[in-house]
Ligand binder design. Structure first.
Ligand code: HEC
Ligand code: HEC
Ligand code: HEC
Ligand code: HEC
Ligand code: HEC
Ligand code: HEC
Length: 415
């Protein structure tokens, strides 16, 4: 495997195992017979069920295009074998797609393939997905900077003091006039302040302590990080665009980030994953051949010869997110168990040309979401179901949020 973060060795080895796992089980790891699900897991990265071409041809009306449904079943299961048999139609579509080869799906059962064909023939009407924004994120954004509050209060106090000063001064002179005493001259504010401070040493000490305390607490909150890394958008060694891949070409996030449902880390795809498609796609709509040539350089691929001629080099991507090492965060827990959407935490990557940190990812942000998000029941996991039921009884029908399950205990997130 060849994609590395410029971070610690430990992380590299975690990513290595994730990628190895992802490679071994790849996307062929399927047992269900739900056509739509099978299609999304295996085919949608390269095909749409409409007219538009993704990597392979759009599959609308394909059943009337191919020689027969049996042919199509054979093709889906092992297109390589069909091509080798010298099949004329296979030759034709291969030529139409620049010799780009489809994945072999040896692990799909006959029933799976039947379900797939039924789905391709009759797909549901597609509705554009709406990006979800989580309550946690909105809450985090509503937090007002404490420094602003303190500055506002100080400004108000100064205004109040100067009004009071003017008032006592005029009242005093009204008194003096009544009693026939000489009128006082208005002194400079600073001289008066010094005189007052000399006479009230204890109050001055208290004010200083309060001000210092306020300043320190504002500084602490600032350091706790609201907005420190949010919006971080490093430039990358290859101008990889999520908009082009996950947006325009609707490639599933999990095709590249295959760790999200089964491991702590989502993982970054290796050059091999890029080559699955880029062997056949050497030109992009914006950067032409320039950026894709960097993939070939990393993979050691010679596009003229159509062969790997040099050793592979890893692409050193710059990490966008960097939680401190003492924090435990698991994608599996959130995506698979907690059923949270990528966009809730990462924003809508399908519209981003350059990946960036979308949410604050501070402790306050994690905890806010844990306080407000309900834990989905796990029908297929008896342990979670019974836990969920007990908690429902304890809290008498109140929503079971993550914090009620202990999700804001320090040790859950800190090693
Ligand atoms: C890595 C990309 C890729 C994946 C994944 C993929 N295909 Fe393909 N598919 C292609 C390409 C490219 C072609 C065109 C023939 C060629 O060049 O091999 C094709 C051709 C086809 C055809 C014939 C299309 C025609 O116009 O005659 C069918 C049917 C098909 N694929 C079905 C599927 C199904 C079903 C799946 C999922 C189980 C799938 N493909 C997954 C790339 C892919
Ligand atoms: C074709 C492969 C591919 C697809 C599809 C894809 N990504 Fe990525 N993703 C990458 C690569 C390569 C990087 C590293 C380069 C970068 O940061 O842009 C990355 C980086 C990221 C990062 C930043 C990681 C970091 O460094 O902290 C996030 C978050 C992310 N992807 C989320 C998503 C989501 C959500 C989707 C689906 C909407 C998605 N990706 C689809 C390949 C892909
Ligand atoms: C509950 C919030 C949350 C959800 C939901 C979520 N992520 Fe993440 N993601 C994070 C955090 C936090 C990090 C930073 C982890 C770190 O630095 O250790 C991260 C990091 C990443 C990275 C960088 C590499 C890595 O594994 O650390 C990628 C890629 C990524 N996420 C992709 C995805 C995709 C794809 C989805 C949806 C299937 C998703 N994430 C859903 C919070 C989330
Ligand atoms: C599932 C197929 C697929 C995978 C995997 C894939 N790409 Fe792409 N890539 C595409 C398609 C489709 C295009 C757009 C081609 C077009 O519109 O002409 C593209 C375009 C590009 C472009 C050109 C964009 C531009 O601005 O012109 C770059 C650079 C690129 N990909 C990099 C990568 C990298 C790096 C990886 C691996 C992390 C990767 N791709 C993985 C399908 C894929
Ligand atoms: C968008 C909402 C959301 C955000 C943001 C979020 N979480 Fe969670 N988290 C959940 C949900 C939902 C669960 C419950 C999953 C389950 O059913 O076990 C969960 C569970 C957890 C658990 C397991 C708790 C337990 O009781 O076993 C840990 C640990 C955790 N989250 C850590 C984090 C950390 C660290 C962050 C911030 C970097 C974070 N979470 C941000 C929604 C969120
Ligand atoms: C839901 C997950 C979660 C829980 C529960 C949690 N933390 Fe944190 N904590 C984080 C994250 C994420 C960070 C790093 C981001 C940041 O600095 O805000 C962090 C950072 C910290 C820091 C370092 C602050 C800094 O600025 O470097 C301390 C200290 C800390 N936590 C203490 C605690 C204590 C004490 C508890 C229990 C009352 C606790 N945490 C519970 C997620 C959590």
């Amino acid at each position: 495997m060849d994609t590395r973060f410029n971070k610690s060795q430990k992380q590299k080895s975690v990513i290595f195992s994730v990628l190895l796992f992802a490679f071994l089980f790849n996307i062929n790891f399927v047992s269900a017979q739900d056509g739509e699900k099978l299609f999304k897991q295996n085919c949608a990265v390269c095909h749409s069920v409409g007219k538009n071409k993704v990597v392979g041809p759009g599959l609308e009306g394909v059943t009337s295009r191919v020689p027969s449904e049996e042919w199509m079943a054979k093709w889906i299961k092992n297109n390589s074998a069909v091509i080798k048999s010298g099949d004329a139609y296979a030759k034709k579509i291969l030529a139409e797609n620049n010799g780009m080869q489809m994945t072999v799906f040896a692990s799909l059962s006959d029933a799976d393939i039947k379900a797939l064909i039924a789905y391709i023939k009759n797909p549901p009407v597609v509705v554009a997905p709406v990006a979800q924004t989580g309550a946690g994120q909105e809450e985090a954004e509503k937090v007002i900077n404490p420094l602003a509050i303190i500055l506002g209060v100080v400004a108000l106090l100064i205004i109040l003091i100067s009004i009071l000063r003017g008032l006592t001064f005029s009242l005093k002179n009204v008194q003096n006039e009544k009693h026939g005493l000489p009128l006082e001259r208005k002194q400079g504010a600073w001289t008066e302040l010094k005189a007052w401070m000399g006479a009230h040493k204890r109050s001055v000490a208290l004010i200083v302590i309060f001000a210092l305390g306020g300043f320190l607490s504002a500084a602490w909150d600032g350091l706790m990080g609201i907005g420190v890394y949010q919006g971080y958008k490093p430039s990358q060694p290859i101008a990889f665009s999520h908009k082009i891949h996950a947006g325009d070409n609707a490639i599933n996030c999990q095709y590249c980030h295959s760790g999200v449902e089964r491991s702590k880390t989502a993982g970054i795809p290796s050059v091999n994953v890029c080559m699955n498609c880029h062997k056949g796609i050497s030109k992009g709509p914006i950067t032409g051949t320039k950026e894709i040539a960097k993939i070939y350089a990393a993979a050691g691929w010679d596009p003229d010869k159509g062969a790997y001629t040099k050793p592979q080099q890893p692409i050193i991507w710059t990490k966008v997110h960097n939680l401190p090492d003492f924090v435990f965060f698991s994608h599996q827990q959130h995506v698979k168990v907690g059923k949270q959407q990528c966009a809730t935490c990462h924003g809508d990557l399908t519209t981003m040309t350059i990946a960036q940190q979308f949410t604050p990812m501070t402790m306050g942000w994690c905890i806010n979401c844990h306080r407000t998000t309900e834990v989905p029941g796990m029908k297929d996991n008896p342990y979670y179901e019974s836990l969920h039921k007990k908690l429902s009884e304890k809290y008498k029908g109140q929503p079971i949020t993550v914090d009620k399950m202990g999700g804001i205990e320090c040790a859950k997130c800190h090693y």
